[in-house]
Design a binder for this molecule. Sequence first.
Ligand SMILES: C[S@@+](CC[C@H](N)C(=O)[O-])C[C@H]1O[C@@H](n2cnc3c(N)ncnc32)[C@H](O)[C@@H]1O
Length: 211
Amino acid sequence: MTGVQDPFPASDFDDWAETYDQTLREPAAFPFDGYDQVLDAILRRANPQPGQSILDLGTGTGNLALLFAEKGCRLTCTDFSQAMLAKARQKLPGASFFLHDLREKLPSELHQPFDHIVSAYVFHHFDLDQKIRICADLVRNHLAPGGSLLIGDISFPSQAAQETFRQSIPDWEDEFYWLADESLAGLEKAGLTADYLQVSPCAGVYALRVG
Ligand SMILES: C[S@@+](CC[C@H](N)C(=O)[O-])C[C@H]1O[C@@H](n2cnc3c(N)ncnc32)[C@H](O)[C@@H]1O
């Protein structure tokens, strides 16, 4: 990111780490309307077995990773915010942690196949081309046979659905929210097999595997 101002710098998330879990306990509202259901949908879709290896990207304070740890999985967690990782470490004493910017290739220590790669509420910081590039690399190079990449995030079925939803949100902020119709088409064009489940009015889960 040298020479270009990062619109979503790690320092923003360092500042948020202390109060992040508190934000989630507030009454459900955009963008976290359906947060628990999204994490649960990822878990159910993975159907994790004890001992499986899980890579959680942009783990934040570790809420998604914790659900998999409770199922007996081995967790590797990444984030580009040191403060978020420090919070996650407190919840997940048995996990491995890596400071990593998802826009960069995975570090060599993580060049091993994972049974599932998961991520929640992170990819809406990347435009569609970046999303597809990152997903293609993860699915092709970092999944064990039969594994899946499961991404829960702020997402709408289409641009029209986003526009309708947006009317109800007074302090709407434009980010790269997923639009399922164009995202699925782009992923398919890149040779990936993907399906999508709308979980709440503003969030859903993408499941990707090698086509
Ligand atoms: C909204 S929080 C979601 C945290 C967690 N996955 C959850 O579901 O609660 C977004 C997280 O993504 C991380 N993040 C944002 N951009 C990132 C990037 N480019 N590389 C790695 N982590 C990133 C932030 O530091 C933050 O921890």
